[in-house]
Every structure is written in C-alpha cells, then in structure tokens.
Write a protein that binds this ligand. Structure first.
Ligand code: IVH
Length: 684
C-alpha cells in the first residue's frame, strides 16, 4: 500500500487491527515455535503496510504494535527505577557437597511435608524484570543493585521473545523476570560484523547482551538477535493466588501459555540423586546448547514452602545455584602458526596434541598476541593449560610448569610477515604486531577484495571468498579496480582444478553483478574501499560531510577530524590512505568505471535554514546526533563540525562542554536551545 493512500480513519483502524493480529501471530510462530508461515517478503510487506498506516494515523500507533520491535526511540540516559519487588540473587556454589548440604537442610526444615525440586539452567546473561499491566508490557528494568535498576524499556521492546501483549490468562499487574542472552550463532555473526567495521569485538555473549541493553539507539539493539529466557514471576499476593501458580513448574508452564519463551530444559527432581544427575548431564551437555549457561538453579517447587523457608540477608533459602567449573586440561604445544588476517593483524595460533575438552577435541587454540605469549611465559615444548568456560572457545590460560623440559627456551615472536616477508610493526600501546604491507600482502589483498564485494559494501554476491581467491590466484584480480576490467570470457572455465568450473551463465552473472554495483551509493563505495577504521557509519558521515570523493581526498587531517565520530587516529589513516598514489590511481580507475563518487543525498537549498551554517553540540532529546544533522540539512542548512566566524548558530544540547559555549560567546555566535531550534524549523 502506498503511503498516504485514500483510507479513512475507521477503515484504517480495522486494517491496523487485522495486520497487528496477523503479524503478532507470525512472529509468535516464528520466535516461539520456530515455524515460518510466510515468506520474509510477505512478512515485510505486511509490516510496512502497518507502519505506513501508523504514520498516516499516528493515533492508531500503540506501544504494543509489532512495528515497535524495530526500535526508534533514543535514550539519552537510562532512568533509574526502584524495583517494586527487590531483585534478589541466589546463593551460589561450585561445590557439590554444598548442594548436598542445601538439599539436606531444606528437607530438614520442611519436615514431613511432601515436596520436590525443579532444576533448570542458569542462563549466562543479564537479569531483567518486565512489568505487565492489563497484559501489556509497560516497563523493563535491569537488575542493577537489586533495589534500583535502569529503565531499558525501549530496548527490551525490540527483543522478539519478549511479548508486548500477553495471551491467554494473565494477572492484571505483575512482573516477569528472566535473563537476556545473546545466542552463540547470533553473537558470532555480530562480532564478525563488528570486526569488519573496525570495531572491537565483544569478549563474550554476556558482555554483548549487557552492552546491547544499554544502547542509546534502540534501532541498534533491534539488530542484535537477543533472546529473553523467562524464569520467574512476581506480584502482589492477590495476583499470585491462582492454582497453576502453586508450583514453580506450574508458573513456568503458565508463562509459556502467556507467550513467553520458557526453555524446555526444566526437570522436576525428587531427591539429591536426581539433582546430581541433572547437574552432571548439563555439565557435559552445556556445550551443545545454542546459548551460554554458567550453572544450574535448583528451586523448591512448592511455592507455599517458599515463605516457610524464608530469606537470608540477600537470597532465598528455597533456591540455590550450582556453578560449573571451567573444564581444563593440559596438552603439549607442538608448534605455533602465525596467521595473517585480512587487516594485516598477526595472530599466533598454538598447534596442540589433540585433547578432549568439554565435549570436543581441541587441536588448536589462539595465543592471542605477542604480549599474551610473554605474559604466560610460554616456552617451546611446554604443556599448556587449556580451559573452556562459558564462552565455548577454548582458551590457553597458562603453562603446566611441572612438565617443562630443562633448558627449554622462551618462545621468540616472529619478526617478519610469514606471507610476504615484510618486517612486522607494532604500534604504541598495541598488544600485537601487524604486517604493514596492506597493498602487497596476499591475505590482505584478498581481504580487501572480500570486504569490497560484501553485501553491506558493493554487494557483488556472485563473488564469494572462494571465487575471489581463485581470481586472485589466477592473476585476474589483484585489486578492487581490476574487478571492473574483467570480461566474461576470461572467467569461463576457471576453477577446473577445484571442480567448480565457471560456465558461461555463471560468468555472465558475475559480470552483471559487478555492473550492478556501479549504482551502489557513494557512502557504500567509501566503506568498500576498506580504509582502516572507516566502518559503515563512519563512511556515511564522511560522505555526508564532504559530499564527494574529491573533497574528501583534498581534506586535511584537521578537517577530517571535525567529522563526528572521526577521531584523530582515523583522520590520520584516511589522510595517509589518500596520500598514496596507488590508492588515488585505484579511485580514478573506479571513477572511470562508473562507480558513484558523489553523495546523492538531496540537499534542499530553500528552507528556513537556507544560507545558514549550524554547529550542534551536546545531547538532544528529540534527535540523535545524526538525526539533528539530517534535520538541519533537510531544512536547507549546512552543518559544520567546528565553530568559526561563519557559523550562524550553535545548537546547544544537554551536557555541552563549557569550552564550546565560551568560544561561541567570544565569536558572538547566537546559542540556541533544542526547543528554539525546533521552533525555528517549525518542528516539521
Ligand atoms: S531465579 C529469587 N532462575 O542468576 C530467585 N535465576 O544469583 C530469582 N539466573 O540474578 C532468580 N538463570 O540473573 C533464576 N533459571 C534461573 C536463572 C537465574 C540465571 C540468574 C539471575 C540471578 C542470578 C542468581
């Protein structure tokens, strides 16, 4: 449906209801039951139709609408919220004896009443509490210190397994607690993407989950495939007085019926034997789960007994957590490989005598970097201690000193690149070495090609990594500009040795995809060049700021550093990149091939801000930093990164530094607030 088509409010209301129901249903089937009932295309079409209607009739847009899942709300800071019911933690232990003690004590305290336990997984994520009123999600708060947490509602709404509206029979006003986890596959994909954009990867899924919930822009949170595992309900006694709430198991079942994702790995255990069997099972089986757990939680199943057992200072007496120890073995370091990554970073990798650890055989493990080898004081022929914790990837944590051979020598790090022989470089403050031969070192050249064709760059998806390696090996493509000189005839028959010979049709498809990439907008071309530290967002900002490649290539380091999010280091790297004649030659060849070298963002020249140059500073409540810049440009104004005599206004957000204010005052530049700015542009 077109935006603003002829539909009156009443018909729109009916259609919005219909669409909401349908989309909610598809979402439920997809996220709760792993069932896909429509194509992605059809789903997106329905969602777009709903979103268009909501835009046309904002009064029809509800906080529980499935369109809210994509995020959009921006948090400057997260409001601190007092928990209605304190979020207690659990007593925890690494010792099975303490679990035995817990069980014996519980049995003694309960006496001769019949009862049992539920054992479930201890999810390794971030605990949050969700308040539902009349079946609608109204607030999501992190655990914080147990008494006060952060209001992360707008980010929580983007998590698909958190229902915005409940189904079936739910208490009028209550709280559901659970853990937000980052499943391993989504976490891995997300980290790889970060690396590709030059961002530091997260150390583990838990940190990434926690960082995600604290993102200011909920649209960013929506992109991360977080999951919510529900494990607890809280409410006033009246809300909790229902027969199915009498046991913890019943509560989990009820949560499932309300639409929550409740993990199926829950077991009712009648005695310590069954509890221990459950613990043992998951201690080895945990590696096969799609997300991380760090132990097992054992709870008395009968809720009535909870009150009788009561609380200690911080935690209930009716539950305990058993924490898994990291699995650890010692094995021989046979040799060290030095891998050169696509960005030139050298990673030492240990080849180990194969050893079984946490359900898999470990043959290789990263030694991370030169500093790490030194810190662990690894010698040739050492036996290394390998550990597998909640993070799945085995980690070398130390040396088994008892097995060190007399006279063994400390590992000496390589001095030259194993791929191209160039002396390695280490920068101030960096823990590892890299090969500086960006344009000549084979893995770096192939890496640049892979980056260039990636979906988020030039999107030449008929050229995967294998084909690129083949083109490189055949000497057809050495750099990104060579791609545009390729002819279909040159491709036909390639790859015979690998049994993946390219046929005429395949060759045509490749050439066509390369041809199509000439339409890719400038900002993505800029990202595709693979300048170190210039990620997707940075490229967008640079493209918008400079407008075209010539202005960018002519910019000084100082000018580059005025662009938002471009630090001094990145500015220097961009500057150096364009100083190299071979890079300029590539840009010229790409330009000649017909790639977009100019931003096509339309800049209206007439508007309330035409002829004006604005500088923005601080944090805004109606806009993100990018948002206000776009808004200024959409109203005919220009945005500048720094104050000068040419600046017309300084738009001051919250937390603007005093230096900026002083400078503006000394230059006589009017300082306006966000509200004044909105009035000026008529808040369109
Ligand atoms: S029950 C009053 N169940 O472990 C008891 N907690 O210290 C409420 N956790 O902060 C917690 N998985 O973040 C419970 N299946 C599970 C859990 C779980 C993880 C976390 C939770 C809590 C901590 C215990």
């Amino acid at each position: 449906m077109d935006l603003f088509s002829n539909i009156d409010l009443e018909n729109a209301r009916t259609r919005v209801e219909e669409l909401t129901k349908l989309i909610d249903h598809y979402n439920y089937e997809y996220y709760m039951n792993d069932r896909s009932e429509v194509s992605d295309y059809e789903f997106d079409r329905l969602l777009r139709e709903l979103s268009d209607l909501e835009q046309q009739y904002p009064e029809l847009k509800l906080a529980t609408s499935p369109t809210q899942r994509v995020g959009g709300e921006v948090n400057k800071t997260f409001a601190q919220v007092q928990h209605r019911f304190p979020m207690l933690s659990l007593g925890n232990t690494y010792s099975i004896e303490e679990i035995e003690d817990f069980e014996a004590r519980t049995r003694r305290l309960i006496g001769d009443k019949t009862f049992d336990y539920t054992c479930e997984l201890k999810y390794d994520g971030l605990a949050i509490g969700l308040t539902y009123k009349k079946g609608e999600l109204v607030q999501a708060v992190t655990r914080g210190n147990g008494a006060v947490g952060d209001d992360i509602t707008s980010n929580a709404r983007t998590i698909k397994t958190i229902p915005l509206k409940l189904r079936g029979d739910y208490p009028d006003d209550f709280e559901v607690r659970g853990e937000v986890v980052f499943p391993f596959d989504a976490f891995e994909a997300f980290n790889r993407q970060r690396e590709a954009e030059g961002d530091e990867p997260f150390a583990n899924p838990r940190n990434a989950a926690s960082g995600s919930l604290k993102l200011q822009d909920s649209r960013e949170c929506a992109k991360r495939k977080l999951q919510f595992c529900a494990y607890f309900v809280m409410g006033i006694p009246e809300a909790m007085a229902r027969p199915d709430f009498a046991t913890h198991e019943g509560r989990l079942e009820a949560l499932k019926l309300m639409g929550f994702k409740v993990m199926p790995y829950v077991k009712r255990c009648k005695d310590i034997g069954e509890i221990k069997a459950f613990i043992d099972y998951w201690d080895s089986e945990r590696w096969n789960l799609p997300f991380g757990i760090d132990g097992i939680v054992i709870k008395v199943n009968q809720v009535q007994l909870w009150e009788e057992l009561g609380l200690t200072a911080k935690s209930p007496r009716w539950a305990i957590a058993y924490k898994f120890k990291a699995a650890r073995v010692s094995t021989l370091l046979e040799s060290i490989d030095y891998q050169v990554g696509q960005t030139g970073i050298v990673t030492p990798v240990a080849n180990l005598t194969p050893v079984s650890l946490g359900g898999t055989t470990v043959r290789r493990a990263t030694l991370v970097n030169a500093d790490n080898i030194k810190a662990l004081d690894i010698h040739y022929g050492d036996h290394l201690l390998v550990e597998k914790g909640g993070e799945i990837i085995p980690k070398i944590v130390g040396v088994d000193l008892e097995k060190r051979q007399p006279g063994a020598e400390a590992v000496e790090y390589i001095k030259t690149c194993p791929e191209c022989g160039t002396p390695l470089v280490r920068e101030e403050g960096e823990a590892g070495y890299y090969c500086p031969n960006q344009d000549g070192c084979p893995p770096q050249r192939i890496g640049k090609l892979e980056h260039f064709v990636a979906r988020r760059a030039m999107a030449i998806d008929t050229l995967g990594p294998e084909r690129l390696k083949m083109l490189y090996a055949n000497g057809l493509v050495k750099n990104i500009a060579d791609l545009y000189d390729m002819k279909a005839e040159q491709l036909i028959g390639l790859g015979q040795e690998q049994n993946a010979s390219i046929q005429a049709k395949g060759a045509d498809n490749i050439i066509q995809a390369i041809e199509a990439s000439k339409k890719v907008p400038f900002e993505r071309v800029l990202f595709a060049l693979g300048i170190r530290f210039v990620g997707e967002i940075g490229a967008k900002k640079l493209a918008r700021h400079f407008g075209n490649i010539d202005a960018l290539m002519a910019a000084t380091e100082e000018e580059l550093a005025t662009v938002e999010d471009v630090g001094e280091k990145t500015a220097q790297l961009i500057y150096n990149y364009f100083q190299k004649p071979e890079h300029r030659a590539i840009v010229e060849r790409l330009r000649a091939a017909g790639l977009q070298m100019q931003s096509n963002a339309v800049r209206p020249t007439d508007g309330p801000l035409s002829g004006k140059t604005l500088v923005v500073s601080g944090v805004f409540s109606h806009f993100t930093r990018d948002g206000i810049k776009e808004h200024i440009e959409a109203h005919g104004g220009k945005v500048s990164g720094s104050l000068s005599s040419k600046t017309s206004y300084l738009v001051a957000g919250e937390k603007m530094g005093p230096e900026k204010r002083k400078k503006a005052e000394s230059l006589g530049i009017p300082i306006i607030s966000e509200e004044e700015y909105m009035k000026m542009t008529d808040n369109e």
